[in-house]
Design a protein around this ligand. Structure first.
Ligand code: GLN
Length: 469
């Protein structure tokens, strides 16, 4: 059920927020045993929160699941890592949580993710494996896999995730729901545990485009506590969402439809484009020539920033501390060695390497230049078109375990989502059909829509047309 219809049921008196929280609790205890989207939840607190129900608020009484890297006062915030699994309780609310609460919403549960949001399958969680509700042998995608699975399984009506290189859009695509990454700076990152600070954005995972707009409306806006937050007014996203695509120009980048795409993905995305054309949009072939360098660029910049951001997890300031260390340096080494997972260590080593004085120019500095070229590709394209459409992921959800020991395979599959993060532009994943892949039928496929910087109104308008088509 969508947030929009749940809100309608509250207004009609068909159900109440307290009833809904109780039902969610029952559903989680019976159905989440297999999917395992949740790391923890506090339904007693959620039930108390329903007492503040104020029908005049836009998200009154609507329960929302939260990725476990967004701080919520009094709740755990594990980032699915052993280092924060015990001994850490959030002492404050992230700005998005304050904003959700003041809009009347009820954050009630903490969803699984790849450790520190590093991954594309949620298999890098140190705490549990989340399965795709559409096919339990398949990955959910990642890193917001728990958020996507909770919404797809109906154990949440909507969830927040974070997207550094695709972590909202890719799991949304694999689980058959909507996932929106806003413009960099549109939503405050204050209280989001930092992975790669120049790329991270918080956004909604929902059952409909209208729901994504509703949540974005509540969480967007300037925040003096995030220095990269944009001081630009928030438009009314619902005002233009039903305007349709007639007269709009949709860019189709040649580089996103080339080799390596699964035929079923290509077919579903192309059919979606055709339906938008039938509704009066003009299709314009475009080129984003630096796309092929996006994965390499991202996997230099993101680990570089991660290596710096994660230096705070040293066993002193946060989380698990080694007990038998001989001195302070040994304490750092042992605490990190014992409590960080293999992918996190790989990124820290890689990031430290590309930032080291001997290699800085060859890797980090060069990656920053290529990032500019990728950004310029989009700027140029958006002088000709209103939005760009592409697949979200080259394939539907793969089998669990299929990339074990071969992280590069998963890195490469991020090729269509990473460019939006490097350029800082908004992008959304909308379900556009299903296909067969590697022995399974009916696997969801997502179409990605990208818009210019701060073009969320346009993005949501085209997304809604695609959803209805
Ligand atoms: N899959 C990418 C990575 O592993 C993106 C993750 C994300 O967006 N948090 O870094």
């Amino acid at each position: 059920m969508t947030l929009t219809s749940l809100r309608q049921q509250y207004q009609d008196g068909t159900t109440t927020p307290a009833e809904v929280i109780k039902t969610l609790g029952e559903k989680i205890s019976t159905e989440d045993t297999e999917v395992k989207a949740y790391l923890s939840h506090d339904l007693d607190q959620a039930l108390k929160d329903t007492e503040d129900y104020d029908a005049s608020l836009p998200l009154a009484g609507l329960p929302i699941a939260i990725k476990d890297n967004i701080n919520t006062f009094g709740a755990p915030c594990t980032c699915a890592s052993r280092i924060l699994e015990k001994n850490y309780t959030s002492p404050y609310n992230a700005t998005v949580i304050d904003k959700l609460k003041s809009a009347g919403a009820i954050p009630f549960g903490r969803t699984n993710m790849d450790e520190f949001a590093m991954g594309s399958a949620t298999e890098n969680s140190a705490l549990q494996l989340t399965r795709n509700p559409r096919n339990l042998e398949r990955i959910t995608g990642g890193s917001s896999g728990g958020s996507a699975a909770s919404v797809a399984a109906g154990t949440a009506f909507a969830a927040l995730g974070s997207d550094t290189g695709g972590s909202i859009r890719q799991p949304a695509s694999h689980c058959g729901i909507v996932g929106l990454k806003p413009t960099y700076g549109r939503v405050s990152r204050f209280g989001l545990v930092a992975f790669a600070s120049s790329l991270d954005q918080i956004g909604p995972l929902t059952n409909s485009v209208d729901d994504a707009a509703m949540i974005l409306q509540a969480i967007a806006g300037y925040d003096s506590r995030d220095t990269t937050s944009l001081d630009v007014p928030v438009p009314d996203y619902s005002a233009t969402i039903n305007d349709g695509v007639k007269g709009l120009k949709i860019g189709i980048p040649a580089e996103y439809f080339g080799e390596g795409i699964h035929e079923g993905v290509r077919k579903n995305v192309e059919e979606c484009v055709q339906r938008l054309k039938d509704q009066g949009a003009t299709i314009v072939p475009i080129s984003l020539p630096h796309t092929e360098h996006s994965v390499a660029t991202y996997y230099v910049i993101a680990p570089a920033e991660a290596s710096s951001n994660l230096s705070r997890f040293d066993g002193i300031r946060y989380g698990n501390r080694a007990t038998n260390a001989t001195d302070i340096v040994d304490l750092y080494h042992q605490s990190r060695e014992q409590s960080l997972g293999p992918e996190v260590k790989r990124r820290i080593i890689l990031g430290t390497y590309v930032l080291s004085s001997g290699y800085y120019d060859a890797y980090y500095s060069r990656a920053q230049k290529v990032r500019q070229l990728i950004t310029r590709d989009f700027k140029k394209a958006f002088t000709k078109v209103d939005v760009i459409i592409s697949p979200v992921s080259p394939t539907p959800a793969r089998k669990i375990g299929a990339c074990e020991g071969d992280p590069l395979q998963d890195y490469l599959a991020d090729i269509f989502t990473i460019p939006a993060n490097l350029a800082g532009i908004p992008a959304i994943s909308v379900p556009c059909g299903t296909t067969s892949f590697d022995g399974a039928d009916d696997l969801p496929v997502g179409v990605q829509i990208l818009a210019p910087h701060l073009g969320e109104q346009m993005l949501l308008r085209v997304a809604k047309a695609a959803e209805q088509a």
